[in-house]
Ligand binder design. Structure first.
Ligand code: SF4
Ligand code: SF4
Length: 268
């Protein structure tokens, strides 16, 4: 079998995915989005009632009824897509990766069928300091603070020949002392809270912290559990959030590069 894989790899002229194809792509993540043309109050109610987390909410704002979608809480279960009969669909592009927590939230006016756009506050101050210091290299320490390992499976794929994160000068390191960025997965369990704090303290400043997955962003399906201290930002300061359950490698690349900024992200 290993020889089949090698033969297929050699026969393929284009194995490495170009960065333009990765940025913003969320195919396979099952993250939903609204099809404004098909949005109605009934469809919105059906979707909200089908959502097993509080990712979907109905709100009244400025006299308008709104459907609110918080990607930080979305597990990509697909219930809303089925229940709304087409008003919500699986998204193919999602630029809400590596953004602030408030920028994980999208709103659609139900009556006018328009999305309400808000400013997208991307990264905190540390990002600009890091950009100035980094040049062309970034070292990441991944911390599993209580994950189911679904997020780790996708993070592991970042170093394979398809995604090849190393081509951007980004490497995974074994020690926080060598790291510029902490990539933290999972709801932070009580048992891992102290270890996460110590890892953060051992990482030299300026440093970036990225909360990964629904669990890292908000606690995900474990929010409120007796066994967890909370989302990552309830334990250490976080600079950017990458949603998904789990996020795909393309979403992870988008989030990491977005936090670092640069020419590759123009137009994203
Ligand atoms: S896909 Fe996300 S928003 Fe839709 S029902 Fe599932 S958790 Fe809720
Ligand atoms: S976000 Fe989903 S895949 Fe990632 S650790 Fe939580 S449950 Fe697992």
């Amino acid at each position: 079998m290993i020889f089949d894989i090698a033969a297929r790899s050699l026969a393929s002229s284009k194995v490495l995915i170009p960065v333009e194809q990765l940025l913003g792509d969320c195919t396979g993540s099952r993250m939903p989005e609204v099809d404004p043309e098909r949005l109605s109050f009934d469809a919105a109610i059906r979707a909200v009632e089908a959502c097993p987390t509080s990712a979907l909410q109905l709100e009244g704002r400025d006299g308008a009824r709104q459907l609110v979608l918080n990607y930080g809480e979305c597990t990509g279960c697909g219930n809303c897509v089925e229940a709304s009969r087409g008003a919500l669909r699986a998204a193919k592009r999602l630029v809400h990766c590596g953004v602030s927590k408030s920028a994980l939230i999208r709103r659609w006016d139900i009556d006018s069928r328009n999305e309400r756009f808000s400013d997208d506050p991307v990264a905190a101050g540390a990002a600009s300091e890091i950009r100035a210091l980094l040049g062309r290299a970034l070292n990441i320490r991944q911390v599993d603070a209580g994950s189911c390992n679904g997020c780790e499976a996708e993070i592991g794929a970042l170093t394979n020949p398809y995604y090849d994160l190393e081509r951007f000068g980004i490497h995974f390191v074994a020690s926080p002392k060598h790291a510029d960025m902490l990539l933290v997965t999972g709801p932070v369990t009580h048992n891992m809270a102290e270890a996460l704090k110590r890892t953060y303290e051992a990482t030299p400043s300026p440093r970036l912290v990225v909360a990964v997955g629904a669990c890292g962003c908000t606690g995900g399906i474990f929010a409120g559990s007796y066994a967890i201290s909370g989302a990552v930002d309830q334990v250490i300061p976080v600079d950017g959030y990458i949603p998904g359950c789990p996020p795909t490698p393309a979403m992870l690349v988008t989030g990491i590069l977005r936090l670092l900024g640069g020419r590759a992200l123009k137009g994203l």
